[in-house]
Design a binder for this molecule. Sequence first.
Ligand code: ATP
Length: 513
Amino acid sequence: MAQEDVFKKIVAHCKEYGFVFPSSDIYDGLAAVYDYGQNGVELKNNIKQYWWQSMVLLHDNIVGIDSAIFMHPTIWKASGHVDAFNDPLIDNRDSKKRYRADVLIEDEIAKYDDKIAKEVAKAAKRFKENFDEAKYRATSPRVLELQEKRDALHARYSAAMNAMDLNELRQIILDEEIVCPISGTRNWTEVRQFNLMFSTEMGSTADGAMKVYLRPETAQGIFVNYLNVQKTGRMKVPFGIAQIGKAFRNEIVARQFIFRMREFEQMEMQFFVRPGTEMEWFSKWKETRMKWHQALGFGADHYRFHDHEKLAHYANAATDVEFLMPFGFKEVEGIHSRTNFDLSQHEKFSGKSIKYFDPETNESYTPYVIETSIGVDRMFLSVMSAAYTEEQLENGETRVVLKLPAGLAPVKLAVLPLVKKDGLPEKAREIVNDLKFHFNTIYDEKDSIGKRYRRQDAVGTPYCVTVDHDTLNDNCVTLRNRDTMEQERVAISDLNAIIADRVSITSLLKKLQ
Ligand code: ATP
């Protein structure tokens, strides 16, 4: 199946099974804004819990906060967002579509990378076990030519972005003969800067309303609270502050479903370290975060790091954790070494000293910061993409099954009476009433048992229990495994012990130790 079709199916599946709905659906939606349905909210909460506990429970030097979305507007001046949180945009005059100039060029660079990868794959197939990839890359005239063009484009692009030279960005688009994917033409406007922050007014106009912003990241709420937390929590450097919350960006090109939204959620952790130790912590956090992703069991081949060559003005190292989405490897998380930029800026703009006194070295300094920043919604999309499976069954039917890690699944157990009579519903409800205190358990009696299994497969429920006539005598039920579809007879009294461990977030967290 083409990857594009897979993606369409995932989007449709999300809507059909109560995971994600377009916002304001009955008014035909609101671009790049989405609502989470009854199953989506459970999956999303589980992802957040997995992240939160991995930070706050597993590290005795990390604590959480929940700061407000509105903040003093000067914060966004200090952080650089008012002046520099811009995307370069360009319009195609024929299709009237708007694009990010940097994304158009990055896609072009990716095309060179794809071509090179294809050449290498072809050669690997030809030479089989004798294939020496490094040698081939260094000697194949075709690969060398592509690599040279790619590197030249990349260098030119990086220089233009670093200087934010909008004319040069446009010129690159023209020189590379990049066409609009909709109209197919090269009829481009000038490139303009566009600030991504939403603003609104606080207070009534009579007493002078103040322009405030909807935060475009949660990180600044951590920076401005860092000393409050350090002092009241008696934290010693190195320590971290974690936060989960909404962020807002007026994205120019909002597409790819919940990958790029205008209202989204972030899980950010700022780790405060002694100056000079930041590189060591940067690589530690890279490793820790990759482990967190891979513990979900989708396979290491789904992830890669993408180290930044073009660094933001405040960063001295940065990488993205990329995940193999149906539309290619894409960023889900950023890990940045932000130096002491943010704290120093807040010190300057607020006029207050926010230095940390280190009792071990007897000196005061502004800590350096390593940030891990992951989008909840992108994480959700990556989990959905990896979990969505269409399986051909022996009887010729296909089943759609979400192979979610059990710890993240919205519903852990469905209890199904074989028939709606003979006391079976009552027995089934008894089981639900007992187990619901331990994990999310639901009751379903509608339709044939086969249909009910399919329904649970489609939302990723790891276990189903069927109550039949024998149950009334032997107090045993049939326990069905979602992935293997194997069924075993187990005592009702053993259900909790068998299931609870496997479906808990703890089972995921234990893999991180
Ligand atoms: P991109 O380059 O894709 O715009 P970014 O580098 O600007 O992302 P960061 O500012 O590093 O992203 O934000 C950290 C994380 O927040 C991202 O890795 C992503 O998971 C998430 N994120 C950022 N923007 C959005 C958005 N518009 N919609 C959904 N998630 C987002």
